[in-house]
Design a protein around this ligand. Structure first.
Ligand code: BTN
Length: 327
């Protein structure tokens, strides 16, 4: 029933609709209406009530409500189905469950906050209100070995959006951290479900520190993190930015499906702040050091070690070392 109430309120954004009008349209009791409104509020919809005028949803909010995302969304399929949560454990977890149940390509799961947001390498991802925490379900017709390429594709889509829409000089730290200067503003976690030869689905999870006061982050994260609000010194309209991202993402993802990954990789390299930098890569208690000289088509980082040999690094935590000892 709450969906029917939501439909009436979204058809009348910024206008009050009386309780009588809603109950008679839907043939429900006033108690059922009050319960539905409460359920919508629990989902995060800011339903206003005035005893004399009835119920109203505001047209503009700084939430990421589906009716704001849907409005004039210029994509063909990405974000056409939206699952919105006020709070969820992790949008990637929800996306995986929905993908298992057959959700279609382009389905978007988005939340105002996450209670158990997940980062790469099993790390926690702090996800308070004010950020954008979203996951897109993808079903590309590719070999499972190509799945990691989608992390780079997603990174380029985020970087292009932040550069174009916010005028920010963003960079990508291998493999998929979006940085402003040396501070991280967005992380990407892609997870695939596949067997040896067939890819079932991929979920692309994106976390953007948007209208977040970084001072509220735990001390160990504060140093290396920033937010769009901190960089631009103003609040950003979240729904508008997500819409722009979805359009960019769809364009670049379509290019990927058309076999144009080499062109996307060129863009990734232009955004890369890792290539040409001396780095340390930490993995399972081990550290390798060298100059990052390139990235291959599988997203593997190529390091030139002290002795001049080249080493391929598949995964790990990459640290840019600015003041290094000379070789
Ligand atoms: C990282 O840099 O470690 C990746 C962070 C990815 C965070 C996003 S937020 C939306 C989605 N849901 C999650 O639990 N994680 C990803």
């Amino acid at each position: 029933m709450k969906d029917k109430v939501l439909k009436i309120l979204t058809e009348n954004l910024d206008s009050y609709v009386s309780g009588e009008e809603i109950t008679s349209k839907l043939n429900i009791s006033m108690t059922e209406l009050v319960d539905s409104v409460q359920a919508l509020r629990d989902d995060g919809y800011p339903v206003n009530f005035s005893p004399r005028q009835g119920y109203c949803l505001p047209e503009t909010t700084n939430l990421i409500l589906p009716y704001q995302l849907n409005k004039n969304l210029e994509t063909e399929y990405i974000g056409h189905e939206i699952h919105y949560f006020n709070e969820v454990d992790s949008t990637n977890n929800v996306a995986k469950k929905m993908a298992e149940e057959g959700a279609s390509e382009g389905t978007l799961i988005i939340a105002e906050s996450q209670s158990s947001g997940r980062g790469r390498r099993g790390k926690k991802w702090i996800s308070p209100e004010g950020g954008v925490w979203m996951t897109i379900i993808l079903r590309p017709d590719i070999h499972p070995s190509e799945a990691p390429q989608l992390t780079l594709v997603t990174g380029v889509a985020v970087a292009e959006t932040l550069k174009k829409e916010c005028g920010l000089d963003v960079g990508i730290k291998w493999p998929n951290d979006i940085l402003i200067g040396e501070k991280k503003v967005c992380g990407i976690l892609t997870e695939a479900s596949a067997n040896a030869d067939t890819l079932d689905y991929i979920v692309a999870g994106i976390g953007i520190d948007l209208n977040i006061d970084v001072e509220l982050f735990p001390p160990d994260l504060r140093e290396g993190a920033t937010s769009l609000k901190a960089e631009l010194e103003r609040e950003i309209q979240s729904a508008e930015l997500v819409q722009k991202f979805l359009v960019n993402f769809e364009n670049i993802y379509n290019e990927f499906k058309d076999g144009k990954f080499p062109e996307i990789l060129k863009k990734w390299r232009r955004f890369s702040t890792t290539i040409g930098t001396y780095v340390e890569v930490h993995k399972r208690g081990q550290t390798v050091k060298g100059e990052a000289v390139g990235i291959n088509k599988d997203g593997v980082l190529i390091l030139e070690l002290e002795d001049g040999s080249l080493l391929k690094v598949m995964a790990g935590e990459c640290v840019h070392v600015k003041n290094r000892e000379p070789f």
